[in-house]
Design a protein around this ligand. Structure first.
Ligand code: UT7
Length: 319
């Protein structure tokens, strides 16, 4: 079978919600500034004991239930995360054990906020090649652990969460195409430079970002890669039923949708309630629009991401 198709979605958000009001009581910021510059009103933050694999496990179980598949059916697990439970083994291997999956491959993908797009593109190629039959693809993050909660330029932007999809081989699309990009020469504009070195963290353990530089790049590359995806498949923005972009900033999302000619009511946005959940943002938004029945069989859907690396990419699919 030449194509792969998403047959179920799931997501999970930690219980604790941190509002802008709570942040403005703690640091020098305001609800007004955060909402007007980003569209973010609140974000979820994992409990101290919750790890990325815990969030991934919940989202994965919900996706498996929606797709009506069991652990025995899955032969590929890819987890996109910037916040793995440990340096190794991979979060995908920890998740595999927790789910009771006994065969196939399990590995993590690191493309920061584009991670889910990279992971889904990888699963698509593995399945379309015939090498694997049923993939679990997860984007999961406890990004709050990488934040300096006294740095107002970054700590108001991010949140924790997980989203998952089950992907199977299909005679009909399914995923039409994926387009992935990277420019490592821009690694300095968004990074966590720290590493573990002989028992010490060397470099910074916190997110450092040149916000305006990332903003400008995001608006440019998201426009380029949406055009690339649509033109490659002979579509225009008007053909899209749903645009599901990375949820970093409402101004970036709206600028991209406007350039594509996609009306705002066709754009799935969760950034107001989730903030930027990095690799989890696209599958979280996708699951929301599937569960509230906005996305229907036959709909044309464009997924898009941009993040540290810098990396960016798109996936165009028929639901
Ligand atoms: O997921 C990966 C991709 N990440 C992104 O896409 C993020 C892209 N960047 C952005 O979304 C925006 O650049 C930000 C939301 C991060 C910042 O918005 P901006 O409009 O680019 O603001 P700025 O960084 O140019 O800062 C403007 C002012 C500064 O004050 P001065 O120097 O003009 O006096 C900042 O110090 O706003 C100040 N500021 C804040 N004020 C209140 C920065 N953060 C805050 C804050 N509260 N939280």
């Amino acid at each position: 079978m030449p194509y792969s198709k998403i047959i179920g979605t799931g997501s999970y958000l930690p219980e604790r919600v941190v509002t802008n009001q709570e942040l403005q009581a703690r640091i020098e910021t305001s609800d007004d500034w955060i909402v007007s510059r980003t569209g973010i009103e609140a974000r979820h933050v994992a409990a101290e004991t919750e790890m990325t694999s815990d969030l991934a496990f919940q989202a994965a179980q919900r996706a498996m239930q929606a797709a009506n598949v069991s652990a025995d059916d899955i032969d590929l697990i890819i987890v996109a995360t910037t916040t793995p439970d440990m340096i190794f083994p991979s979060t995908a291997c920890l998740l595999q054990a927790r789910l009771g999956v006994k065969r196939g491959a399990a590995f993590d993908v690191q493309a920061v906020c584009t991670g889910f797009i990279y992971a889904l593109a990888t699963a698509d190629k593995f399945i379309a090649s015939g090498a694997h039959k049923c993939a679990l693809v997860v984007g999961a993050e406890v990004f709050s652990r990488l934040l300096d909660w006294t740095d107002r330029r970054t700590c108001v932007l991010f949140g924790d969460g997980a989203g998952a999809v089950i992907v199977k081989a299909s005679e009909a699309p399914g995923i039409y195409s994926s387009h992935l990009h990277a420019d490592g020469s821009l690694s300095h504009i968004l990074r966590v430079s720290g590493n573990v070195h002989r028992g010490q963290v060397r470099g910074s353990p916190f997110v450092e970002m040149d916000g305006p530089a990332v903003f400008k790049l995001a608006v440019r590359v998201l426009d380029e890669c949406s055009r690339e995806a649509l033109e490659h498949n002979g579509f225009t923005g008007k053909d899209l039923d749903w645009f599901v972009p990375h949820q970093a900033n409402l101004r970036i999302i709206n600028a991209t949708a406007d350039k594509m000619g996609v009306p705002r009511e066709r754009v799935v946005t969760t950034v107001a309630r989730h903030g930027n959940t990095s690799a989890a943002s696209v599958p979280l938004a996708l699951d929301k629009a599937v569960r509230d029945a906005r996305i229907q069989p036959g709909h044309l859907v464009l997924l898009e991401g941009v993040g540290g690396g810098m990396t960016w990419g798109s996936i165009l699919l028929r639901w």
